[in-house]
Design a protein around this ligand. Structure first.
Ligand SMILES: Cc1cc2nc3c(=O)[nH]c(=O)nc-3n(C[C@H](O)[C@H](O)[C@H](O)COP(=O)(O)O)c2cc1C
Length: 153
């Protein structure tokens, strides 16, 4: 058996942004989940080979940017941030950004976002689960919904 069964698991698809020293970057992640109400915690599983991995590990902060399933540009955003590496190019130049409490870039066109501080991490095979405490966040447009793995092939 290959990974056909796991590939049928439905999740949201998010843009994870990070900042370490002068470098800013974004990558796509589908392995993103809520973990606790009190405190409000979320988890992201980031491949150890990703450029974002060490940025998040060192800076201990990240933003989860919510991408709308209704927006035609979303697939383009997923391909750009999900198929290219910040190691090779500056992916940030193509889009517009703003900054919140933790000073990590927030995609201006995200319909919602969560600013998180890393409080713990777990090594799980070839990924690290970063556990983030939600510091701040905003639902900018309550009429939009996240793109999921069902809406992106
Ligand atoms: C739909 C989709 C979902 C993805 N989910 C994850 C994920 O959950 N974790 C991960 O480490 N990489 C995931 N990736 C791969 C990264 O986004 C990709 O390797 C990216 O180029 C890493 O960028 P970086 O090297 O600039 O950090 C996903 C890619 C796509 C297209």
């Amino acid at each position: 058996m290959g990974t056909e069964v796991e590939n049928k698991m439905v999740t949201g698809i998010y843009l994870i942004t990070s900042k370490y020293k002068d470098k800013e970057n974004g990558m796509i992640a589908a392995w993103v989940t809520r973990l606790s109400f009190k405190p409000r915690l979320v988890g992201i599983a980031i491949g150890k080979v990703r450029y974002s991995h060490d940025m998040i590990k060192k800076s201990r902060k990240f933003v989860i940017n919510f991408l709308s399933g209704e927006d035609n540009e979303t697939k383009e955003i997923i391909d750009w941030f999900g198929k290219l590496s910040g190691r090779d190019i500056n992916k940030m130049k193509r889009y517009k950004w703003m900054y919140g409490k933790i000073r990590v870039p927030i995609l201006k066109k995200a319909f919602a976002y969560l600013e998180c501080e890393v409080i713990d991490e777990r090594q799980v095979g070839d990924h690290t689960i970063f556990i983030g405490r939600i510091i701040d966040g905003k639902l900018v447009d309550k009429n939009k919904n996240s793109i999921t793995t069902l809406g992106y092939e």
